[in-house]
Design a protein around this ligand. Structure first.
Ligand code: PEP
Length: 248
C-alpha cells in the first residue's frame, strides 16, 4: 500500500506577504492530513518556506535544478544549494521547462541524477501534448521520457523518486484527464518500471497533475495507480489545496 502525496507547484507566483498566509494555513491544517503534503516554491522563497514549515508535516521543495554541481552557469541553482534549504523535493522535467526552456530528455535525466546525488527526491514529470494524444502516441511519449531517466540513473534510482504524469493539455487549462485516462497512463508507467524491477514499481508513487481541483480530486485519487497529485493553480488557494489534500 503506497502513501498518497499531494505536492503544490506554485510556479512563478507568490509574494512574501501572501506566502506567509498560505504557508501558515497549510501548516495548521496539515496536522489532520492522512497523506503527505509538500509545496514547491520559487527559489527566493525557499528560506521562507523552510522557516514557516520546519518541524511541520509539510515538506517543501523547488521547481527546477541545475544539472551541474557548480561553476560558471549564471542564473542556475544547484541541487546542493537546494539541500542547504532542507528541500525534500524538486520538480524535474515539468512540461513548462521542457516546452519553454528547451529541456530535452537528456537534460532532464541529468537534472534527475543531480537531485538524487544531493539527497533530494526528484519529482519527474512526464506527459504528452494534445497533438501527441490525438496521434495515439501518449504511451510512446511518456515511455521515452521515463526511459531517458532510467537509462541514465538505473531503475533502482526510482526508489528515491516520485513520478508525475501531467498531460500537457490538462495543465492550467481546466481540462482534466478523466480518472480512467489518467489511470491507464499510470498503469502503463508502472508496468514499464516493473519491467526493470517489480518491487520498485510497486513502491513508486505516481502523481497525477493537470487541473486537479477539489471537485475532481477524490475520483482521480481513488484509482489504483494514482498516488496523489501535483497541483498548480489550486495550490495557490489555501482552501482548494487543503480540500485536495483531504481528498487524498
Ligand atoms: C502544474 O503546474 O504542474 C499543474 C498541474 O498545473 P494545474 O494544476 O494548474 O493544471
Amino acid at each position: 500500500m503506497r502513501n498518497k502525496l499531494v505536492a503544490g507547484n506554485w510556479k512563478m507566483h507568490g509574494s512574501l506577504v501572501a506566502n506567509l498566509a498560505l504557508l501558515t494555513r497549510i501548516k495548521e491544517a496539515a496536522t489532520g492530513f492522512k497523506s503527505a503534503c509538500a509545496v514547491c516554491v520559487p527559489f527566493p522563497y525557499l528560506a521562507q518556506a523552510q522557516a514557516a514549515l520546519a518541524g511541520s508535516k509539510v515538506a517543501w521543495g523547488a521547481q527546477n535544478v541545475s544539472e551541474h554541481a557548480q561553476g560558471a552557469y549564471t542564473g542556475e541553482v544547484s541541487a546542493v544549494m537546494l539541500a542547504e534549504f532542507a528541500c525534500r523535493y524538486v520538480l524535474v522535467g515539468h512540461s513548462e521547462r521542457r516546452a519553454l526552456y528547451g529541456e530535452s530528455d537528456t537534460v532532464v535525466a541529468a537534472k534527475f541524477a543531480a537531485a538524487l546525488q544531493a539527497g533530494l527526491t526528484p519529482i519527474l514529470c512526464v506527459g504528452e501534448t494534445v497533438a501527441e494524444r490525438e496521434a495515439g502516441i501518449t504511451g510512446a511519449v511518456v515511455a521515452r521520457q521515463l526511459d531517458a531517466v532510467v537509462v541514465n540513473s538505473g531503475v533502482a534510482a526510482l526508489k528515491h523518486a516520485v513520478l508525475a504524469y501531467e498531460p500537457v493539455w490538462a495543465i492550467g487549462t481546466g481540462k482534466t484527464a478523466t480518472a480512467q485516462q489518467a489511470q491507464d497512463v499510470h498503469a502503463l508507467l508502472r508496468g514499464r518500471v516493473a519491467g526493470g524491477d517489480a518491487r520498485v514499481a510497486q513502491a513508486l508513487q505516481i502523481l497525477y497533475g493537470g487541473s486537479v481541483k477539489p471537485g475532481n480530486a477524490q475520483e482521480l485519487f481513488a484509482m489504483p495507480d494514482i498516488d496523489g497529485g501535483l497541483i498548480g493553480g489550486a495550490a495557490l488557494v489555501a482552501e482548494d489545496f487543503l480540500a485536495i489534500c483531504h481528498a487524498a
